[in-house]
Structures are given as C-alpha cells and as structure tokens.
Write a protein that binds this ligand. Structure first.
Ligand code: C2E
Ligand code: CA
Ligand code: CA
Length: 596
C-alpha cells in the first residue's frame, strides 16, 4: 500500500476486522481481528473461493468489482454459517499503483443475535471509534491529509451503520430500536427545559381488511403514506413504525393549553388518515390514537408507553377512528372492564342477570298493552352495571346470544301469569344483532317460547335495522318463519341508522319503534314533525304500527299522538320495574290513572 506504514499500523490497532484485496480478489492484508473472524492466518494470496461456497463468492466478487471500479459500498454479507457481517468496502491504490480495496467489517452478528445486541455493539463501537479518532487526531495532527480524511470517513460510516440499525426498511421511518432511543433522548432533552411533548401511538383501523381487499402492495403503500403524512406535520420530533400497522410519534404538538389538546391532536389525526386514491382504488382510511403527555401524565419512558398504549386501547374500543388522551380514569375503566369481562359469563350462566319490564302504552287510551323486557345487572363489587355497558361487552365476547336466551327464560317465566291473566298482551324482547341472521335462530326461538309455557303471539322481538341489512336474506328467512308461527317483529331504534325504510317495510315486520333521539328533537325542529307524519303514513300503508320511545314529558306525548303514533313508551309512563311492581301497578291501575 502506498502511503502506508502509518496506515497499516493504525489498521493493526483497530478493534474490528480490516482486510485488503487486490484486483484479482486475493487478500494482501488482514489485521489481527480479521484473523480472528476468519479463523486462520494463512489467507494472504488466497481468495474467497478458497474459503466460501461458490454462490457466496459470486456475491462477494460482484461487490468487489463495483468497489474496484471506484464505488464505495456498505453491505450485509453472510460470511459463515449464521454469521452476518456489515462490511464497508473502499477503493484504494495498492503499492505499485495497482487498484485494490480495503474492507472494514463494522459488525458481525450471528443470526440469533438480537437487534438490541446489534444496537449495543454499534454504540460501543461508536464510542471506541470516537475515542480512537480523538487520540489519533491528537498525535497525528501533523500527519497526512489523506489519513485525516480516512478517519473522518470512519466516523461517518459508523454513524451510517447506526442509522441502518435504527431504520424500518419498509417505510424508511425509525424502527422500534430507533423509537426507544428517540424517546429516551426526548425525555433527557425536555426534562430540564420544562417543556411538554406527547407520545402518540397510532394504529390503522382494520388494516387486515385493507390488505385482504386491496392486496399487500396497497397495504404497504398505506403504511408509507401514513408515515409521510405524519412526517409532514409540524412539531413532530420522531416517527417510528413499531409493529405491523402501528406507529409511534413523538411530537411537541400539544400546546401547553390543556383545553386545546384534544382538538389540536384530532385535527392532525384526521389529516393523517385521509382516504387514499391508489390508481382506481379508493381506500378509506381511519386510525385510532392513544396519547400520553410528558411530564404531566408520565415521567418515565415505560410509564409513557404503558399509558399511551392504554389510551390507544380505549380509543379502539370506543369504536375506532378515535383519539384518546390518557387520564387517570382510563386505568380505572380498564380495571372495571376486566372485571366485567371476568364476571359476565358467570352472571349469564348462573342467571343472576335480572329483568325489568317497561310499559308500552296505547296512545288513545293510555292503557298498558305490553312491556319491554330489559336486562339489569347488579354486581356485588361493580354495583349496577348499565346494559349499554355489559351488552356491548357481551357482544365483543360473543355472549349476547346466551345473554338474550337467559333474559328470555327469566322474563317469560316471570311474566307468564300476567300474560295469561290478560293484564298484558305481550312481552317485547331485544334480539342481539348476530342472532337474527343466524339460520337456526327462528327454530331455537320457537322452542324457547314453547319451553317457557307462553304462546308465540305473546312475544314481540325487537331487532335493529343495521343487523338486518347485514344479511337481509337470512334475516327475512328468520322473520318469515317466526311470523308464520305468530311471533311479532319490531324494528328497534328507528331513526338512528340510514336504511331505506321502504325496503325494510317489505320485510315481515309488524312494528316500528321510533328512537328517543327523534322524539327529543320533535319540540325543537319543525321538520321533525313533518318527517314523523310521513313515516306514519308510510307505516300505515304497509300495515305496520308505530311506537315512539323515550317519551319523558306530556308535551312530547302530545306531539307524538298528533303525528298519529299508536303506542308510546318512556319514563313519562313508567321506567322498567321488577315483575312484582309491574303486577301491582297493573292490578291497581295506578299507571293508567296516573298518566290519563
Ligand atoms: P333499547 O332497546 O332502545 O331500550 C330502551 C332503553 O331506553 C332502555 O334503556 C330504557 O330504560 C330506556 N328508556 C326508556 N324510556 C326512556 C325515557 O323516557 N328516557 C330515557 N332517557 N331513556 C328511556 P336500558 O334498559 O338502559 O337499555 C339500553 C339498551 O340495552 C337497550 O336499548 C337495548 O339495546 C339493550 N338491552 C337491554 N336489555 C337487553 C337484552 O336483554 N338483550 C339485548 N340484546 N339488549 C338489551
Ligand atoms: Ca329495545
Ligand atoms: Ca329502542
């Protein structure tokens, strides 16, 4: 080598393997570390072909040739069974002016080595080099310019190697390793300055569906695009992809003004998850976000991560496309949900879920005609768990069918006497959405009615429109079979969905239940009364009767009656009550006189 006694001495002293090759791929030099890694010291004059299998030699030489032609390279190579090396190759002029190359093995790892190991190795290497460079720089200030250049190079090269170890290949964003480092760094930096930053975990909603529907190529594009959009946001310090469709963002974005944070972050969330047009494909995107703010809500990296994760979990279970900022109650809510999940199956199995009956009255006479059975759960530790809460959880756990069956059994047994005495005409039951499209449902329900000792015509079943439209054929098969046996069907919560009422009324339905939200707006919105009147006309034309739900005031009752609704239900007439109370009410006629 040309200018080299000093250079060779430096190479010999370096704590990582260095070798040099001539243009015929023969080794002309290797330092002590290289001897160690290659496992022999007689390699001078040999080539890769003497040590490695042909397919690998081909790869090495293809790269050597590029370097010999003047290009620098940084490559990961397999240099032995399970051993990989990150090798930097630089063209060099050998003694006598012959072209050659110098290779520096920056890191070698076995396949089974963990990423964190690579990380720590790189870091210690970086420190070693920095130290070495300082030393060398100090006593070689007078040495040649080329040498300085080469050393500078090494610094660069190691920082680049570090960068590779911290980068997600698919998106070019930081990977989990990079994220961990950035988070530590942010904590260090912001601790002293009294400034805030937020850790945001993002999760693409239903990413699997996007992959299934549009293919993996589009899925990959989605991930890259989301990464790009996040990077464009102002005040973002770091963006990492930390899992399949999960991202971690560190941002200065949340202002110190606590009140503005939610809106501010949501705006960013909506920008990131705008839909994407890929050729002719239109991909609707949405994402959930969990946020934890340093230092108010968490002071350590672990706590920040845990709390942002918990907030994300809540955002997802709140129906996705949602952003949640951590607060203390989330932890409690999570504990409560866990307890509900634990206790609910038992409560259903042991039939400790109770039933209350809410009157449904005739508008013209104000007499109670039937009742709706509503589930009630009082748990020792949890207190009263509202149905909105446990029905939702039962649904997530696939338990609604069993819950409804248990409620049916109990309610039918309790109400049987009232039915048979003619005090009420029917009991109305809520049907979980999955059941109405289950091919066995009608048959099982009829068996259940029979087993309970009541008659099909004493049963109303309430289904919500969204469950019917999911599989209109299967739903209408069930409705027809039940209808043929005398069971009556009601469409529940009408006015909360977007379905075509005409099409729904073609189904064998007997009743429409107008949701409370429409009743509430009757008094404030003129058009609502017109709308209700036209629904009434349509329903009448189809032979379907109508119940207005959630009547709380005499005024609402008047509006609803004026529009022509035949039946009403709501706190104005009575809340759900246990069977004994219902019995007393019906016997004494209190309800009728009270509201007449
Ligand atoms: P839903 O079917 O719409 O039931 C009516 C809900 O409105 C009941 O709430 C009832 O107490 C409430 N309500 C009645 N009148 C008024 C009023 O004047 N004002 C107000 N603000 N609310 C009124 P609840 O009992 O909390 O039940 C909530 C939901 O839980 C029900 O809504 C139903 O979807 C579900 N649910 C209840 N029991 C069962 C069940 O046994 N099985 C299934 N699958 N779902 C059930
Ligand atoms: Ca209902
Ligand atoms: Ca309802």
């Amino acid at each position: 080598m040309t200018d080299t006694p000093s250079l060779l001495a430096i190479f010999d002293a370096l704590p990582y393997p260095v070798f040099a090759k001539n243009a015929r791929h023969e080794w002309v030099y290797g330092n002590a570390e290289f001897v160690k890694i290659i496992g022999r010291d007689d390699f001078i004059g040999m080539t890769d072909a003497d040590l490695f299998p042909p397919h690998q030699v081909e790869i090495f030489w293809r790269e050597d040739d590029l370097v010999l032609a003047g290009q620098e390279s940084l490559n990961e190579e397999e240099i032995g069974e399970d051993v990989y090396a990150l090798t930097r190759k630089v063209p060099i002029e050998l003694a006598g002016g012959e072209p050659g190359l110098v290779g520096i093995i920056i890191a070698s790892v076995s396949d089974s080595d963990l990423a964190s190991d690579i990380h720590s190795r790189f870091e210690s290497r970086l420190r070693e080099t920095a130290h070495l460079v300082d030393q060398l720089k100090a006593d070689m200030r007078h040495k040649t310019e080329t040498l300085k250049q080469k050393l500078l190079h090494r610094e660069l090269e190691l920082s680049r190697a570090l960068e590779i170890a911290h980068t997600d290949a698919a998106t070019g964003l930081r990977n989990r390793l990079g994220f961990e480092e950035d988070l530590q760094e942010a904590i260090r930096k912001y601790e002293d300055k009294g400034r805030v930053f937020a850790l945001v975990f993002l999760d693409v909603d239903h990413f699997k569906r996007i992959n299934d529907r549009f293919g993996h190529e589009t899925g990959d594009k989605v991930l890259k695009l989301i990464g790009r959009r996040v990077r464009k946001l102002p005040n973002v310090i770091s963006v990492a992809r930390i899992g399949g469709d999960e991202f971690a963002v560190i941002t200065e974005r949340p202002s110190v003004e606590v009140d503005d944070r939610q809106a501010d972050l949501e705006e960013a969330q909506h920008y990131v998850f705008r839909s994407l047009i890929d050729g002719s494909k239109h991909v609707e995107l949405s994402g959930s976000a969990g946020v934890c703010v340093f230092p108010e809500q968490a002071e350590t990296a672990d706590q920040l991560k845990r709390r942002a994760d918990l907030a994300l979990l809540h955002a997802k279970s709140a129906g996705r496309n949602c952003l949640k900022i951590f607060d203390e109650t989330l932890g409690q809510a999570a504990d409560r949900r866990r307890l509900v999940e634990e206790e609910l199956p038992k409560a259903i199995r042991e039939e400790t879920i109770e039933v209350v009956f809410q009157p449904i009255v005739c508008s013209a006479t104000r007499h109670v005609r039937g009742v709706e059975a509503l589930a009630r759960w009082h748990h020792e530790e949890l207190g009263v768990v509202p149905p909105q809460e446990f029905v939702g959880i039962a649904n997530d756990m696939g338990l609604t069918s069993r819950l409804d069956a248990a409620v049916f059994r109990k309610a039918a047994r309790q109400a049987r006497e009232l039915l048979n005495a003619g005090l009420i005409e029917y009991v109305s039951f809520n049907v979980c959405p999955n059941d109405i499209i289950d091919p066995d449902y009608a048959c099982e329900m009829l068996e259940r009615i029979d087993a309970a000792g009541i008659k099909p015509h004493q049963v109303f079943l309430e289904v919500i429109e969204s469950s019917i439209v999911r599989d209109i054929q299967a739903a209408s098969d069930n409705l027809r079979e039940l209808g043929a046996s005398g069971v009556k069907m009601a469409l529940d919560d009408y006015g909360t969905g977007f379905s075509n009422l005409r099409a729904l009324l073609d189904l064998p339905l007997h009743r429409l239940k107008i949701d409370r939200s429409m009743v509430v707006s009757l008094e404030s919105n003129d058009r609502m009364l017109d709308f209700l009147v036209s629904i009434m006309q349509l329903a009448q034309g189809m032979g379907v009767d109508v119940v207005a739900e959630g009547i709380e005031t005499a005024r609402q009752a008047m509006f609803v009656e004026a529009a022509g609704c035949q039946f009403m239900q709501g706190f104005h007439f009575g809340r759900g009550v246990p069977v004994r109370e219902l019995d007393a009410l019906l016997q004494s006629g209190t309800l009728q006189s009270q509201v007449a």
